[in-house]
Ligand binder design. Structure first.
Ligand code: SF4
Length: 159
């Protein structure tokens, strides 16, 4: 997927790209786990999401917050555990599917995870999308997301 230098701006993805001639962006997760691991980061969540995760895990919200989250400069975040790749989300499951990294709380994962990679930071321009593609092999392949779908996802979190 390539764009001419002039194809930048807030809605660059609304223009046909040079390879497919179509607007929108393609993405299908390969379950590599890269977005849930690496140098460390934040997975922020709402009160409703913490309630859903606590219920899923069979603990109280207070227990959930104590066991599975911690304070960061960005806000309360899911904890991470040390791994071969640095740090990874406490809920990343590398055992259920050999060679894959899957979310252990997938149905109740926070909106931040649900909306990857359609974050404002990745959609700032073709360069930021290309940068995200360096670590996420799911970008630029598989399902084509329409411009409207991308707009909706982009607005869901402040990332
Ligand atoms: S980095 Fe991309 S392909 Fe890998 S698990 Fe995350 S979303 Fe899926």
């Amino acid at each position: 997927m390539t764009y001419a230098n002039s194809e930048s701006g807030a809605e660059w993805f609304a223009r046909p790209d040079n390879d497919t001639g179509k607007p929108g962006l393609s993405f299908s997760c390969t379950m590599c786990g890269n977005c849930c691991s690496g140098d460390g980061g934040y997975v922020l969540f709402t009160d409703a999401e913490s309630e859903a995760l606590a219920a899923r895990l069979g603990v109280t919200v207070s227990e959930f917050l104590d066991r599975y989250t911690h304070d960061t400069i960005a806000g309360r975040s899911l904890r991470e555990k040390k791994s071969e790749s640095g740090y990874e989300c406490i809920f990343l499951d590398r055992n259920s599917i050999p060679g894959k990294g899957v979310c252990g709380v997938y149905e109740d994962r926070p909106m931040q995870c649900r909306t990857w990679p359609f974050w404002r930071s990745n959609l700032a321009g073709p360069w930021s999308w290309a940068n995200a593609a360096k670590t996420c092999p799911g970008l630029n392949s598989g399902r084509r997301y329409s411009v409207q779908e991308i707009r909706v996802l982009r607005e869901k979190v402040d990332m």
